[in-house]
Design a protein around this ligand. Sequence first.
Ligand code: GLC
Length: 800
Amino acid sequence: MILNTELEYKGNLFPSKIIKYEKNLNVLSFTTANGVVLEVTVRRDSILRFRFTTTGIFENDFSYAITKYASRGYNHLEVTEDDKNYIITTSKLICNISKLDLRTSIFDAKDKTLICEDELGFHWEESYEHGGDVVKMSKTAQAGESYFGLGDKPVDNNLKGKRFENWVTDSYAYGRDTDPIYKAIPFYTALHNKKSYGIFFDNTFRSFFDFCSERRNITSFWAHGGEMNYYFIYGPDMSDVVVNYTDLTGKPHEMPALWTLGYHQCKWSYYPESNVKEITSKFRELEIPCDAIYLDIDYMEGFRCFTWSKEYFPDPKRMVKELADDGFKTIVIIDPGIKIDMDYSVFKEGLDKDYFCKRADGPYMKGKVWPGECYFPDFTNPEVREWWSNLFKELVEDIGVKGVWNDMNEPAVMDVPGKTFPNDVRHDYDGNQCSHRKAHNIYGMQMARATYQGLKKFSYPKRPFVITRAAYSGTQRYTSSWTGDNIATWDHLTIANLQAQRMCMSGFSFIGSDIGGFAEQPNGELYARWIQLGIFHPFCRTHSSGDHGDQEPWAFGKTITDVVRKFIEIRYQLLPYLYTAFWRYAEDGVPILKSLVLYDQEDTQTHYRNDEFIFGEKILACPVTGPNQKGRRMYIPRGQWYNYWTDEVVIGGQEVWVDADLDSMPIFVKEGAIIPKYPIQQYVGEKTINELLLDVYYAEGKEESMVYEDATDGYDYIKGRYSLRNFKLSGKKKELIIQQHKSGKFVTTYKTFKLNLHGLPFKISKVEVDNVEIPLKDLKLKGDDTLVLTKEFNELHIIG
Ligand code: GLC
């Protein structure tokens, strides 16, 4: 749309000079001679919102993305003016607004460097067909500027030189560079001169981003309707930009139950009941940990949501209970399309209550999905969401289903152009009635939200678990997600890695891919390599279309089964570490996976890295992404790292070769880290945790680590019944000191820590716990580097 801007100024309209300025607390408005109003809201010292209207009248200010829990408030706000500009100053930013044409430039308040400046700035084209405007913004790219983020785009981390579209789309068997796909997250971070900022364009219409693709030095974004409404978020650390974006659009409303971070097994479809049992029994027989089993659409009666096939699942309640007794949580799929069938109660009720979407001139929105012709609930109506949430009573409360998987919620419609609703479909949009042009990108989000409300209600006092395919910014508050219908190829293993990193960088950390690939079938090697990556993804599930063969951990022969088991076991050992990372995410918005650029933006080497990522705070992982490899080259970020397998120390800031036969993969631990581990369990809760293993990686210097624990489910943690341990490690030539600070009222079942000391450069001669020397034999020193001591210690000195 912004194409050929240099040649085609004719359609574009621009603001003229400012004739009026008003300040209402933190909201500043600037009116131009030609009736454009720019409203700048200072949300925080580092967050400014820019909102434009071309008619002088703003729409009702409503957003599905922005959470009411977002932090607000600033330390300093001052507005001054000179000949050319109005100047907004906060403690972090200086923003100049040109009196001539509303163009803005933003500077770092401390060192006055330019962060971001408008090129043409805001401009628009009137839309004769739909009314309103096509709204546009262009900014000058700074020297060496790079761009990251944008949700699930299946491309390399750095977005520079590319153009993207945001329009949630069912994309069976998408590939590298397919755009758009399932999610619309119109948020990016930019980085230049070691400083990072972000832009969140909160506009749900079809939108576009161009990162120096059309013109080398210009970044632009625009949408087919709505307002030019964007948030500028300053770092200068990219990690702060991401944290602040996540604060704005919301963190998960609660911690996930710990079991949801276990391994999940899925296929389209496991049925009948005997097949489901066969699969779950095999996991237990082969001792491959697994917490969740999925039922895809075939569990229903003719694909009617909220029904069960009597033939395949005659007694779901009994089955779900039997599975639960064996440690398996049952998760079922629920799609938005409701089959047109007067004998089907959900359809009948939806019709009677007038809950289905309608076309502009009155007929219902009819579309074909799995059950045949369907109508679709208007999830943008709060009353419909409430109704939908109550439909889960039987599934969750009576039958005992523990999680719901929302699919096809783009919404996907078969055999029609565009694979979705036509533009004229009407939506309530929470009282801001509109067409599908505006509601399309948030339809799936609102479905997942309604499902979440149901799960939350009926799972209580346990925590809800939802998975969604479609998403818009903010969806992370309600649900986890997966990357949709990928393919069993090596390139898709790389794509899954990129998508998970990118989603984490876009505020949405509870993400994973269909391990092994959905379409087609992986060979054993690809499956094993994918599992190795998958255990580092917050959501860890094998799923396949089932058309091409089996995709269970044992489907590829014993060698592969053993590799898969080994890695799933690592996942289970690392559960307290991952849970802590999740807590950091749910509490503070810190992404669970960190691309290297997010981890160390000052090292320019990281700006173009794709494969390596940090899992949590301290573990560096890098998948092997091709066949027949005995290892790979990878970049080790700055600092010193222990090879997870050999304890060999590698100095970062360089590319190195790392051995990784099929039963291994490159994994490193940051020196000074303390990594908590649980014993291997076949499912969460199988064992009482009698001892917490702490892998301590010696460093000369200081490092902090945390361990968060709670009852693993339920809401007691919100009332303070959690256990947070903060460890401060400080290593000297002949001494290692660990201080522990404990908070929270949750009492863990274990009484002792077992410390495994890695890389200790001296032989232990003395150990002091809280200033008291403990005879070495009492610490059950097994070998030199293992000791067992009370979990209650405050300060531990290990002396050489
Ligand atoms: C869609 C989903 C896939 C699911 C299938 C059948 O293709 O993306 O995960 O298995 O529908 O429900």
